[in-house]
Design a protein around this ligand. Structure first.
Ligand code: HEC
Length: 115
């Protein structure tokens, strides 16, 4: 079930090279329907809600530590590994893309590495 780092790198490099009409290149072509399903199945919001109240979305802070598309994807990767979800790289990207669309809304320029 685990994809090797080489596959992950190839995927990230491939998506980063793709030009996007809008939004960060990292999330271009991501399967948003799959991401929504994975978020629902993993009950991400339920756990976040226990921590911050409401619908749990207050945990997503674009101005905080997670302030680039890469950091967002990295956090989803970390969380899903902690939760033993066994997600494929493209599934991690799909989940991050949904959070990008609904909460973080990073501009396309933010996908460039910020040193
Ligand atoms: C068992 C509880 C739990 C579950 C389930 C969980 N999370 Fe989290 N998550 C947390 C906690 C706690 C934090 C806050 C960490 C901190 O910054 O203190 C967090 C933070 C985050 C952040 C960073 C928010 C920010 O802007 O700083 C992201 C992104 C995130 N979670 C994504 C997910 C996703 C996607 C899932 C489902 C696949 C998920 N989490 C499931 C507990 C959980």
């Amino acid at each position: 079930m685990r994809a090797g780092p080489a596959i992950l790198l190839a995927l990230v490099a491939g998506t980063a090279l793709a030009q996007t009409p809008q939004g960060p290149a990292l999330f271009h072509g991501a399967d948003l329907a799959l991401g929504e399903k994975l978020i629902k199945d993993a009950k991400c919001e339920a756990c976040h809600a226990r921590r911050v109240g409401g619908d749990g979305s207050a945990i997503y802070r674009p101005q905080g530590r997670i302030n680039t598309p890469g950091a967002l994807r990295g956090m989803v990767d970390y969380c899903s590994t902690e939760l033993n979800l066994g997600l494929f790289p493209e599934e991690v990207t799909a989940v991050a893309a949904v959070l990008q669309r609904d909460h973080y809304r990073f501009p396309a320029a933010a996908s460039a590495p910020s040193r």
